[in-house]
Design a protein around this ligand. Structure first.
Ligand SMILES: NC(=O)c1ccc[n+]([C@@H]2O[C@H](COP(=O)([O-])OP(=O)(O)OC[C@H]3O[C@@H](n4cnc5c(N)ncnc54)[C@H](O)[C@@H]3O)[C@@H](O)[C@H]2O)c1
Ligand SMILES: [Zn+2]
Ligand SMILES: [Zn+2]
Length: 361
């Protein structure tokens, strides 16, 4: 287990220069790590934020943070995983010892294993032939054929789960469904509005439908997305310029990350209702609201990071719900692509064309 292995990954250098596939070398797993062979990886808008320079990220990292994989080799001190297991990769690998982990809020972990995109000297496992370090985005870099990840980032799911579906559970699905269940706490009979129907928003619609929310209203600028939302369980769909018809909801979820739709979400919630912000803006953007009205109307605004989910609990549960036919997650897959087509997937996402493009290895 001391040998390096040859692999390939899509490396991000800087905004404006398209990420390129590079030949790389991967170290074996160390203590509390496993090496994995990627099975599938979804292209999420959070990768596009990085490529477009909305968020500052270090250069020289294999992109991608939504993926499924098979366990390859196992480092020391790893329990509960065997070679060949199908795992969903979590983009936060909880340290299990910080205050947030102690509160069972792993999405807020202050020191996730393999953090800093695996560029800290002790975390580097990927290198170029000249020995220079390459990082793994969010510790998992799913646009790479192989990775070494923290044990707590590799969550075993039912092996019958199709790898493409398992990949989407790693970000969009858990983020959207978790925002509905864990962050907003939607209950049967409550009304829900979802603004933005990409992979995250459509997953929120499915989560609301599974929770028995009624009515569920879905809003997007794209008529094609509205059709998908109906298939995902929305009772009513509105184009963005008709959004004021959705006023008075118990719960509103913003799943885009635009200031104007964040402010719209706050308007659409009923007095006493909750606004759950899931979409992420470029760094530093500020939204505003009428403070007097918000207070008088007793509205609540919450941020939802990773669907307030506990991966070890939520990933296998969601996979089982899918296998039992309770979540129509297949709707999210627009196209299966090869690793060399990630760039085109970003371009399509900029146009708002399609939901998830999934790299199949
Ligand atoms: N909170 C988290 O933990 C978390 C996790 C994953 C993704 N995200 C963020 O969630 C957001 C959505 O991600 P995604 O992958 O689903 O993106 P996406 O690009 O697939 O979907 C965005 C959707 O918004 C629609 N849209 C754009 N402008 C609109 C407008 N003005 N009004 C109505 N609809 C509009 C688009 O047509 C598209 O359907 C991104 O900002 C992403 O970074 C957050
Ligand atoms: Zn994501
Ligand atoms: Zn922690």
């Amino acid at each position: 287990m001391t040998e390096q292995m040859a692999t390939r990954g899509v490396v991000f250098e800087r905004p404006g220069s398209p990420p390129r596939i590079e030949e790389l070398l991967l170290d074996p797993p160390q203590c509390h790590e496993v090496s994995v062979r990627l099975a599938a990886a979804g292209v999420c808008h959070s990768d596009l934020h990085v490529v477009d320079g909305d968020w500052e990220r270090p250069s020289g990292v294999v992109l991608g943070h939504e993926g499924s994989a098979w366990v390859g080799s196992i480092g020391e001190g790893v329990d509960g995983l065997e070679i060949g297991d199908l795992v969903v990769l979590a983009w936060t690998a909880p340290c299990r010892s910080c205050t947030a982990c102690g509160r069972d809020e792993p999405w807020l972990c202050s020191a996730p294993d393999g953090s800093g995109h695996r560029l800290r000297e002790e975390d580097v496992r990927l290198r170029r032939a000249d020995g220079s370090p390459v990082g793994a985005y969010s510790g998992i870099g799913t646009f790479g054929e192989h990775q070494v990840v923290a044990r707590s980032a590799a969550i075993k799911v039912d092996p019958r789960t199709p790898p493409e579906i398992a990949a989407l559970i790693g970000c969009a699905v858990t983020t959207g469904i978790g925002a509905v269940r864990n962050t907003a706490g939607v209950r049967a009979g409550e009304s829900v509005v979802v603004i933005g129907l990409g992979g995250v928003g459509l997953s929120a619609v499915m989560g609301a439908a599974a929770a028995g929310a009624n009515p569920i209203t879905a809003i997007d600028t794209s008529p094609a997305k509205l059709e998908l939302a109906r298939q995902a369980g929305a009772h009513r769909t509105l184009l963005a310029d008709e959004a004021d018809q959705a006023t008075g909801a118990d719960h509103v979820l913003e799943c885009i990350g635009l200031v104007e739709t964040v402010e719209l979400a706050i308007e659409l919630a009923r007095p006493g209702g909750t606004v759950t912000l899931v979409g992420m803006t470029p760094h530093g953007q500020r939204a505003s609201f009428d403070v007097y009205r918000l207070v008088e109307e007793g509205k609540q605004i919450r941020g939802s990071n990773y669907g307030s989910a506990v991966p070890a609990r939520d990933f296998p549960m969601i996979a089982t719900e899918y296998l039992e036919g309770r979540l129509p997650l297949d709707l999210l897959i627009t196209e299966r692509i090869g690793l060399d087509h990630v760039d085109e997937a970003f371009e399509a996402m900029r146009r708002g064309d399609g939901v998830r493009r999934v790299v199949v290895y």
